[in-house]
Design a protein around this ligand. Sequence first.
Ligand SMILES: [Zn+2]
Length: 82
Amino acid sequence: MISCREITNLLADYLEGLLDQRAVRALEAHLSGCRTCENFMRTYRTTTTLLRELGEEEVPEELKDRVLRFFHERRERPEAFS
Ligand SMILES: [Zn+2]
C-alpha cells in the first residue's frame, strides 16, 4: 500500500501525466480511500492551475510563499495533516 508521504511526492508527476499505469492505479486507489490526500490533490491542482493562468510573475510573493510553505510542511510532516 502506498503511503501519504509517497502520494505527496508523486502528485506533481501524476497531474503532469508522467506516472506509469501501475503508479497511477496505486495513487488513485489511495486517493479514493484517503480524504486527506484527496483534499491535498484538489488544493494542489487548483493552485497550480491558478498559478499557470495568472502567469508566474503576477502571483503575489506572499501567496507564493504561503503555498510553497504549505507543500513543504505537507511533505515534511504528512502525519500532521491526517
Ligand atoms: Zn493519504
